[in-house]
Design a binder for this molecule. Structure first.
Ligand code: NAP
Length: 263
């Protein structure tokens, strides 16, 4: 349904790195960017998942997507992977900060390790990626783009996953700061805040396994969960020239759930 929404060469020749691009929302983003002509690399920890995803991209979508093993918590690894991607493709134009970890835990029972693990992946990992991508994004002929995947829960606080809500709120603040600091370098820094997205591990862990799917659907004015392709289309829009004057912005894609306080 969404494949022909955009001009097929919209992102022709742009170089993109998607963290956590082997699964879920990151996979849909990677596919869409490649379908629109970008040279995409996906990066995360699990080489089997990365390899499988790239084989599926090739077999099912006729797309050539590269992969790199990466733990975004490791600053040195982040620098190495970004340098390698830029060396292989002649630069870096689009950085998608999508990698994340999460679990449900009441804050009173949350260990410092649990807290730090999520802050490390989501917030620190996003900072390392932005920091090392900066010189390449600054040099980008098309204008560098950073798009981070947040959550609407960052705006409200997230009871039961305060660590993830706090990490994502930190990412949102970082994007706004970079929008200002790096605006004159031609770089745009924005974030997308999804609501529950169907078919993802996130929805399975946070809602389906806890028997909360119907409750979540009922809270969503549009009456359904989102699709990963709907997040991918928003990324395509922000990465394209249509996003030239958009920076420091949040694009919430949650079917209106965050505004449903009842009547
Ligand atoms: P997912 O399938 O679990 O994807 C998370 C990805 O992050 C995985 O591919 C994982 O790959 C990677 N990752 C985790 N730790 C990493 C690390 N230390 N270094 C590098 N990569 C790491 O989750 P998803 O549901 O599609 O979520 C994608 C994004 O959307 C996340 O930022 C999430 O917070 C956000 N979001 C999702 C929903 C939803 O409904 N699903 C709603 C709101 C926001 P490896 O295991 O191979 O490292």
């Amino acid at each position: 349904m969404t494949d022909n929404l955009f001009q097929a060469d919209l992102l022709d020749g742009r170089v993109a790195l998607v963290t956590g691009g082997a699964t879920g929302i990151g996979q849909a983003i990677s596919r869409r960017l490649a379908q629109l002509g970008a040279k995409v690399t996906i990066a995360s920890r699990n080489p089997t998942a990365l390899q499988d995803a790239c084989e599926r991209f090739r077999r099912d979508d006729d797309l050539d997507i590269a992969w790199k093993r990466l733990d975004v918590r490791e600053d040195g690894q982040v620098k190495m992977v970004i340098d390698e991607v830029a060396a292989a493709h002649g630069g870096l134009d689009i950085l998608i900060n999508n990698a994340a970890g999460n679990f449900i835990c009441p804050t009173a029972e949350l260990s410092p390790n649990g807290w730090c693990a999520v802050i490390d992946i989501d917030l620190n990992g996003t900072f390392y990626c932005c920091r090392h991508a900066y010189p390449y994004l600054q040099a980008s002929q098309s204008g560098g783009r950073i798009i981070s995947i947040s959550t609407t829960r960052a705006n409200t606080g997230w009871p039961g996953a305060a660590h993830a809500g706090a990490a994502k709120a930190g990412i949102q603040s970082l994007m706004r700061a970079l929008a200002v600091e790096w605006g004159n370098d031609g770089i745009r820094a924005n974030f997308i805040s999804p609501g529950p997205i169907a078919g993802t591990v996130g929805v399975q862990k946070l809602y389906e396994d806890l028997g909360r799917s119907e409750e979540m659907r009922a809270q969503t004015p549009i009456g359904r969960f989102g699709e990963a392709d709907e997040i991918a289309n928003a990324v395509a829009y922000l990465a394209s020239p249509a996003g030239d004057y958009i920076t420091g912005a949040e694009l919430a894609i949650d079917g209106g759930r965050q505004w449903n306080f009842g009547v």
